[in-house]
Design a protein around this ligand. Structure first.
Ligand code: PLP
Length: 273
């Protein structure tokens, strides 16, 4: 595996980042996960725009989009695979111990992992911990993901692949690595970004392509929704067949199945040349 670091390709076995890199010591970093199909990236411009928004939110210098594009192309060329995920990590760089940033510039790493298609439906749990809809990091895709790691581990203990959070006022928010949609009386709804969720790129495309409404929803909507589905770069549109103890037999239901079809048909247009 060849990855991008310090302006060029390096072998993953010998590539080194400082042990004082602030991405490691204080989680001062941001990232993007980008789908790559047969060496072509999906919606890379949207990911780069979000990377810049996250950088500005953290006070990191704007990432150089041309360099990130070059890095993605080089890593994809060096590691051919049918379906992969590029991981772009951009941190505060080498700094002093403690939270002050040092003089060094940011660290950019681009790596690639192989992925497989997710099953059409999955189980999810809800967790008792909340997303903060008004925090300094709300809506930023930072590398401070430990809360998601804990919640996802709990999901796996319960035979589920995703854990869903409410926000501090009890509204449905998002999963550890996905956005959530519900179907009520034939209409598709998803929590607004003001709920504290990440502005998911798959979410935005699903809203655009299905006409889903952005609606404040209580967490217990999951116990009465006709259908529930998740969106993310790695899942695309994925139906939910169990929420906690509640079974949703026949998932994907008709509305979710249509959303999956629309996403599959239209997403080819967002593959980069
Ligand atoms: N919410 C969180 C917390 C995420 O980490 C992700 C993706 O990793 C998403 C939502 C889905 O976003 P996207 O569709 O851009 O992958």
């Amino acid at each position: 595996m060849r990855i991008w670091l310090d302006g060029g390709l390096q072998d993953i076995e010998s590539a080194r980042v400082s042990v004082f890199d602030h991405g490691l010591t204080v989680g001062d970093g941001i990232f993007e996960t980008v789908k790559a199909v047969d060496g072509r990236t999906f919606a890379l411009t949207r990911h780069l725009d979000r990377l810049t928004r996250s950088a500005r939110g953290l006070g990191l210098p704007d990432p150089d989009h041309d360099e990130v594009r070059r890095a993605c192309a080089a890593v994809l060329e060096a590691n051919p695979m049918p379906l992969g995920r590029l991981r772009i990590t951009y941190t505060g760089g080498h700094g002093p111990l403690g939270s002050d940033r040092g003089e060094h510039g940011p660290t950019l790493v681009v790596a690639l992992g192989e992925t497989t298609r997710r099953p059409d439906s999955t189980a999810v749990i809800t967790v008792p911990w909340t997303r903060n809809e008004r925090g300094a990091l709300t809506g930023l895709k930072t590398t401070s993901y430990a809360e998601n790691v804990v919640a996802l581990a709990r999901a796996h203990q319960h035979g589920a692949s995703e854990a869903l959070f409410a926000n501090t006022v009890g509204q449905l928010c998002e999963g550890t690595g996905s956005n959530v949609f519900v179907v009520l009386d034939g209409e598709i709804h998803t929590p607004p970004v003001a709920s504290g969720c990440l502005a998911g790129i798959t979410r935005a495309l699903a809203v655009e392509w299905t006409g889903a409404k952005e609606t404040d929803l209580p967490l217990d909507v999951l116990q009465r929704a006709d259908e529930v589905f998740l969106t993310s770069t790695l899942r695309d549109v994925q139906a939910v067949h169990r929420v906690d103890e509640r079974e949703l037999p026949g998932a994907p239901g008709p509305v979710t199945a249509k959303a999956m079809r629309i996403f599959e048909e239209r997403s080819g247009d967002d593959l980069d040349p």
